[in-house]
Design a protein around this ligand. Sequence first.
Ligand code: GLN
Ligand code: ZN
Length: 764
Amino acid sequence: MVYTANLGFPRIGSGRELKKATESYWSGDLTEAQLIEEAKGLRAHNWQLQKQSGLDIIPSNDFSLYDQVLDTSVMVGAIPDIYGWNGGPVSLETYFAMARGTRGRAGGDLPALEMTKWFDTNYHYLVPEFTQDQSFALASTKPVDEFLEAQALGIRTRPVLLGPVSYLLLGKTVGAEFDPLALLPSLLPVYAEVLQRLASAGAQWVQLDEPCLALDLGPEAQDALKQAYGALAEASGGLDIMLTSYFGGLGESLETVLDLPVSGLHLDLVRAAEQLDEVLAAAPSELTLSLGVVDGRNVWRSDLETILDRIAPAVKARDTDRLVIAPSCSLLHVPIDLDMEEELDPDLRSWLAFAVQKVEEVTILGRALNEGRDAVADSLEASAQAVKARRSSSKIHDAAVETRLQSVTRDMARRSSEHSIRRERQQRSLNLPAFPTTTIGSFPQTSDIRKARAAHAKGHLSHDDYQAFLRREMEAAVRRQEEIGLDMLVHGEFERNDMVQYFGEQLSGFAFTRHGWVQSFGTRYVRPPVLYGDVSRPQPMTVEMTAYAQSLTDRPVKGMLTGPVTLLQWSFVRDDQSRAETCRQIALALRDEVADLEQAGIRAIQIDEPAVREGLPLRRAAWRAYLDWAVECFRLAASGVSDETQIHTHMCYSEFNDIMDAIAAMDADVISIETARSKMELLEAFTSFRYPNEIGPGVYDIHAPRCPEVQEMTDLLRKASERLDARQIWVNPDCGLKTRSWDEVRPALANMVEAAREVRTHAA
Ligand code: GLN
Ligand code: ZN
């Protein structure tokens, strides 16, 4: 008999209950006991839901009040000294202090742990911190407690733990530089203790997630895996370990992994279908294989018959008692329940599956294998119908987009002249001083603005009244920028809810859910658009507003667009064509917008690409291909303009070194980047590479609620001038100002303008 399993269920609740409860707890409206009760209710609900759908193996400890990596740090007692933990149970207060700091909160001044992206998802985890003399000790029995909690409800679960090797690799070292894997010997006893306690509590299996298996792993990491699983298999108290890989294939780790003394191995067969043959050929017969066939990273309904055909060799070759059917990874990364989306286009809805539906798909596959396809003929038929309908739907396919894509030539992704020539022409048209000043686009989103936008969205504020409101805001912003003395202005982005949603709502091919929330970090959830069809731009999106802002002033107003890679990266995208192809469609739609902006007299256009870096594939071997198409798409969007039109781009992250050549290849006339926090270290990357175009290294850290002094910024600019030609340098904050208030922004920008003036006189 084949088993069915889930690797993790979204924890946030279909009505965002976890967010509400947690934030109420933070604000003092809910007691600790009430928060814990609410969390317990969510867990019980999720377990019961999965049980009722007929799933054999249900996860526990997939729940977290904030983040599963933080939970792991707490479990093993890796709590930095500043949080004042004294060795006993970790209080909720300490837990949330690590998660979000206590700065600006009553009685505290502790920073949060650093946060970073979880592999190539939009989930963020709290980075563990290790000192060289780090010791570990069991400080939380959460995995055992939650196992027992489920057991009390009559549900035997398979607890999930982040595996020790991935856990160490995800951390950072503080105090000294050393290999965190050196800490493995002292970490393993804590893991062993957890496994033993789970075994005593009655667990039969444990799921140990090692997502690092989807990365390029060197010999040290391979050795660490051998060491870790050798030790854990021995000390597990009879517990069976399901070693879980996801987000990619095992690659060069395959041989190592198949030699580990674990009872089971989970494979991501969505991202890496091809590895099945190799694994089948080499896996020992007593190894249980968990086949991750339902896509845990995207929202499409599965093609069940095709999956059954694809895994037929495994079913034939192996003892079916040692086969498990599962989603490719935890369902944390998809929305919870499609049935709540009553307003979604019915066709589109029939093509989708969220977490609840994905669990059902897994159980249908299980029944098809155990009882024969006839037993679930209706479900298989429905799945096949949906796949067929989607494939041929006119809602997806737009012949005009297709034709246009085919007529794309290489030249369309090239500006007509090289930057040195463009530079002169732009200088003539823009007539800017040296060290020109500008901002990244957004100005403070005040509560008035948010209220007006919400009222308009709900139909309480008419289109005309809303437009009039926006015009008044733009006019005020333009005047403020003139008073501050900025050289290149922006319209302020007051109309934008979100830099992706705003464009997605105006492009065809994108749809939006009402309840499709996915955890980004802690209580921050996002609702990514569903990019389901060919993308085109029915009409101009930003031209009227930008042109209006330009009409108010003689200074150049910079148009503001979200780039193709970022629109792609922050959406659920179609799986029936390559990401590159979808991105190219978006690029062409944006190209039209860029042309229309130019036509309307806009002399500078910024195409934001904050997501380029996070789109990098997990394995290096795939980087080149990705960067090639990503750069090409940016250029396709940007290159339809004359030499005189200045193209800007903006990126807000700080690791550029390893993709510098690609960033240069984007050939934007001006790039603004985040540097304030890393004190210009980043510029090293741009200088050692000899970045040829113009750069605005952010001189003002917009994330800090403090006003930068003139001196700080002149220092940074002088540093920049040592490394770059003075003619290359722009002066700007390091990101948009939407989260700040005008009271903060005005003096900070005034100081920034003053700093630019000072370096100008000294440079002259
Ligand atoms: N233009 C956007 C803004 O200023 C850029 C946002 C971003 O970099 N993520 O808000
Ligand atoms: Zn930014």
